[in-house]
Design a protein around this ligand. Structure first.
Ligand SMILES: [Ca+2]
Ligand SMILES: [Ca+2]
Length: 167
């Protein structure tokens, strides 16, 4: 037991001995800017792969999504602030896509589970390139022609926020 833990402890000691340094410009070990990325909703879909086979089926997605919005308040609808809490937890950002404006189909400022399911299922269909009713990791990745660092700079300058891939 103690012997088995030694490599882990050694690795931890090494990690602590060498604090991470931010990459310097021109650093040969600096990571290349990302051109293959996963949008927040793609991460959500990947997390719904309950049987762990690397594919998220429509049934897995529906079950997973319902589990994220299972409270009684979702039946009658939650407000935009509560929806932002949901987005922060499950998309990683309060302003992630889908936004409350696109989910609130009837514009009553409440978001019901049914509205959330409609919008997220439309996104699922958009990602499902081969239309087989399941999302592979390949389908969930987005290939960008500009590195994400470039995109962030443009976003700050007032461009539209990132959207799911259009294919
Ligand atoms: Ca609504
Ligand atoms: Ca597919």
């Amino acid at each position: 037991m103690i012997l088995a833990a030694l490599p882990v402890m050694a690795a931890l000691a090494l990690t602590q001995a060498a604090p991470a340094q931010p990459p310097r410009p021109g650093d040969p070990y600096r990571a290349a800017p990302a051109t293959i990325v996963a949008e927040p909703v793609a991460l959500l879909f990947a997390g719904f792969d309950r049987d762990g086979d690397g594919r998220t089926t429509l049934a897995e997605m529906r079950a997973g999504l319902r589990a994220t919005a299972s409270g009684a308040e979702w039946a009658t609808g939650v407000g935009y602030l509560a929806f932002a809490d949901w987005a922060a937890r499950y998309l990683g950002d309060r302003n992630g896509v889908p936004t409350p404006f696109e989910v609130d189909r009837n514009g009553d400022n409440r978001i019901t589970l049914a509205e959330l399911e409609d919008r997220v299922e439309a996104l699922f269909t958009r990602y499902d390139l081969d239309r087989d009713g399941a999302l592979t990791r390949t389908e969930l990745l987005t290939i960008r022609t500009t590195p994400t660092g470039e995109r962030r700079r443009r976003d700050r300058d007032g461009d539209q926020p990132a959207m799911p891939p259009r294919r």
